[in-house]
Design a protein around this ligand. Structure first.
Ligand SMILES: NC(=O)c1ccc[n+]([C@@H]2O[C@H](COP(=O)([O-])OP(=O)(O)OC[C@H]3O[C@@H](n4cnc5c(N)ncnc54)[C@H](OP(=O)(O)O)[C@@H]3O)[C@@H](O)[C@H]2O)c1
Length: 292
């Protein structure tokens, strides 16, 4: 029997992944690990840990674990590490893969809405402003949020991650570089702005998208509705409504008032599900079915 381990079982993503893995049809033996546990040889280990812990674990597990799926940001930009969303680029995983990265949660919601449009449009520019939930920052941020007087209480904070030399935050640069890598569009322009808001769970983005062609709104909706785990809603949707759901939703689609090759829309989705544990579960399914 193949073995799958969740490392970081006591964290927000680890807990959600435990529930997600119950959906997997291929039989496997599940093992879970907290910080004090020793990790044995495994077929797949999903690291639901932060950057520094992932670095240590990837090196420690190199010879003991066949496939490592890492949720952290640490390895996502390494050229021979596939950055995978199974609906979008499952072919990035090959027999030679060992370490596979799962993308940033906000980027995941964005690219889920971009990929289906590539069938008919040459996308050139993407602007987004995110409204990111507290759960995206892990259990410590959730504890901080629930403490009276927290910075996040009744507030929105335009700082996620750390500010880099160019003035962008690390979170914003993930939106730029991960979008390019996942979609294999190295030249697409991405203008990111990320904000933490006083919402416990489910991320949202306001998106403005420019293509070479003029947009046909009914075609855009059809492309979205025909894509797995993505739906267009004619109703206004909020993160509270989509928290706990596996589908990524787009709503409020409209063409620009002046430029027919520009559209604007809103995206909302569960960052702990499609943005993390559901994506990891889908990668595990793919590995079990095709590579083990
Ligand atoms: N939250 C999201 O929406 C989201 C989305 C996409 C990606 N991610 C990424 O997923 C990772 C986990 O995020 P999270 O939100 O679940 O963070 P979290 O709530 O802080 O959980 C991290 C967990 O990892 C555990 N851990 C650390 N080192 C360990 C080790 N060596 N062995 C076993 N367990 C270890 C921690 O243990 P202790 O309990 O002992 O501290 C903690 O329970 C991060 O890299 C994050 O960036 C998160």
């Amino acid at each position: 029997m193949k073995t799958v381990g969740i490392v970081g079982i006591n964290g927000m993503v680890g807990q959600k992944l435990l529930a997600q893995l119950k959906q997997v049809k291929t039989p496997f033996e599940l093992k879970t690990f907290g910080r004090q546990d020793t990790i044995p040889a495994l077929d797949i280990a999903v690291l639901c840990t932060d950057n520094a812990d992932s670095v240590r674990l990837v090196s420690e597990l190199k010879d003991r674990v066949k496939f490592i799926v890492d949720m952290s940001a640490q390895f996502r930009q390494e050229p021979n590490v596939p950055l995978v969303i199974p609906e979008i680029n499952p072919g990035a995983i090959t027999e030679a893969s060992h370490l596979i990265a799962s993308p940033n949660c906000t980027t995941t919601g964005l690219v889920m809405t971009l990929k289906p449009l590539l069938a008919h449009y040459t996308l050139t520019e993407v602007f987004f402003c995110s409204y990111q939930a507290i759960s995206g920052g892990g259990k410590k941020l959730l504890e901080q949020f629930r403490t009276p007087g927290s910075l996040y209480e009744n507030n929105c904070v335009p700082l996620i991650g750390s500010i880099q030399e160019n003035g962008f935050t690390s979170e914003e640069l993930k939106g730029l570089y991960e979008t390019r890598k996942i979609l294999d569009l190295p030249h697409i322009k991405v203008y990111p702005h990320t904000v933490r808001v006083a919402v416990e769970n489910a991320h949202s983005l306001g998106v403005t998208l420019k293509a070479k062609e003029n947009f046909d709104l009914s075609q855009v909706k059809k492309l979205w509705n025909n894509f797995p785990n993505l739906k267009y809603s004619e109703d206004v949707l909020t993160p509270k409504q989509v928290s706990g759901q596996e589908t990524t939703y787009a709503c409020r689609l409209r063409r620009d008032t002046e430029e027919p090759n520009i559209i604007h829309y809103f995206v909302t989705f569960d960052n702990l599900l499609k943005g993390a544990s559901m994506n990891a579960r889908q990668i595990v399914e793919l590995l079990l079915e095709k590579f083990l």
